[in-house]
Design a protein around this ligand. Structure first.
Ligand code: V47
Length: 369
């Protein structure tokens, strides 16, 4: 009855139809999602998304005690949206030693950390064994630490330099101790935009094929979308539609993470996204990706305040303590890092949600009512 009243108040007939679909548990079409991007009614879009989120996750919002490690910023791809990756001769170039990396993992392990998220540049001098060996070393030293490492871009690259299939690479990584794959490298699938922002790295089909193969082998993966640069709303929906299709096929994605573009120091330049656009994108991803259990409000790109609002507009996860982040910080974000678990709990509580500490696979570890 209350829902009927709410629907009656929506003047626009297409929006009313979309709201009806949401309340009836029906899947939104490509056109529905595009319509939601073009509407100015953020409150409606956010409320619908939060309705769906609460059906899936109740009042719970998740976080993980984790750490990001970016072993090197040397990268052959030099994508135009990225300020992190530099050439080997650049004075900003760095490469961590194995000892430095293990020390960081140890610190996180000591503070009860559950996950290391490893992603970096693709250096010209790294061999296949550098990627596999790093996973093996971490797992051997910290067997109970979940290793979420290497994006589809790195896995595609490993396949290229070793001549091994995606399946073989993933099996060898799994054997070495890889537990999950992060969602980075998706950027935007549109060929038109990819040519302009990331002309050299793996394309959409290759990204999706790596994830498809990982799912087949029982390796869970995450998915991202970098938005707010050159893409149209239609291209954002096309991106999400390709992820939704793969998720229908495999069910192997754990979470979707919309990543707001930060322009500082990039060759591409441009402007920061607005918080209205950020919240709308989170909300629409919640509504459109009906087969994804979780939507992440990544506080590094959104900022803590917008991430808290996003927890009431469709998102149910804040990622984690992170400790250290170099990729988006290189592009201008000022989000403070090195958060404690208590800080994450407070952020979620202040957003009106119940904090749940989780592992990488969304198994609850502790609830903080
Ligand atoms: O793929 C690079 C993005 C990604 C910029 O899987 C930028 O749980 C904004 O994928 N402005 C890496 N973003 C980070 C990532 C990630 C983060 C948190 C959690 C997970 C997960 C994955 O960072 C890259 C790229 O899309 N990025 N440059 C920039 N200027």
């Amino acid at each position: 009855m209350q829902l009927d009243l709410l629907i009656e108040k929506i003047a626009d007939k297409d929006l009313r139809h979309i709201a009806e679909k949401v309340f009836e548990g029906k899947r939104l079409s490509f056109q529905d999602a595009v319509k939601l991007f073009y509407t100015a009614d953020l409150t409606l879009v956010g409320s619908l998304a939060e309705y769906l989120n609460r059906q899936k996750n109740g009042m719970f919002a998740y976080f993980v005690v984790n750490r990001q490690i970016n072993p090197t910023n040397v990268c052959i791809y030099q994508c135009n949206f990225c300020s992190f990756g530099v050439t080997k001769s650049d004075p900003r170039a760095y490469e961590m030693t194995l000892e430095e990396i293990l020390k960081k993992v140890e610190e996180t392990h000591k503070m009860g950390g559950r996950e290391v998220h490893i992603v970096g540049g693709i250096p010209p001098h790294w061999k296949y064994e550098n990627y596999v060996g790093l996973v093996r070393e971490i797992k051997n030293s910290f067997p109970d630490m979940v290793v979420k490492a290497w994006t589809a871009i790195e896995i595609h690259h490993m396949s290229k330099i070793s001549g091994k299939s995606y399946e073989k690479v993933l099996l060898e990584l799994k054997e070495a101790g890889l537990d999950a794959i992060p969602g980075g490298g998706a950027e935007i699938f549109s060929e038109r935009v990819r040519k302009l922002i990331a002309p050299y790295k793996a394309n959409a089909e290759e990204y999706l094929e790596v994830h498809r193969t990982a799912h087949k082998l029982g390796i869970p993966t995450n998915a991202t979308m970098l938005y707010g640069h050159l893409e149209t709303y239609e291209e954002r929906v096309e991106h999400m539609e390709r992820l939704r299709e793969l998720q229908d096929e495999t069910g192997g994605f754990q979470v979707f993470i919309p990543l707001a573009y930060w322009p500082e120091g990039t060759r591409l330049g441009g402007k920061r996204t607005s918080s209205v656009d950020d919240l709308k994108t989170v909300a629409i991803s919640r509504l459109f990706l009906d087969n994804f259990d979780h939507i992440k409000a990544y506080w590094i790109t959104l900022g803590e305040k917008v991430a808290q609002v996003a927890l009431n507009m469709g998102a149910d996860d804040l990622d984690g303590t992170i400790q250290e982040e170099k990729i988006v910080h290189a592009a201008g974000t000022k989000s403070a890092v090195g958060h404690t678990k208590e800080r994450l709990i407070k952020l979620i509580r202040d957003a009106g949600k119940i904090p749940v500490e989780r592992d990488t696979f969304y198994n609850p570890i502790a609830i903080y009512p």
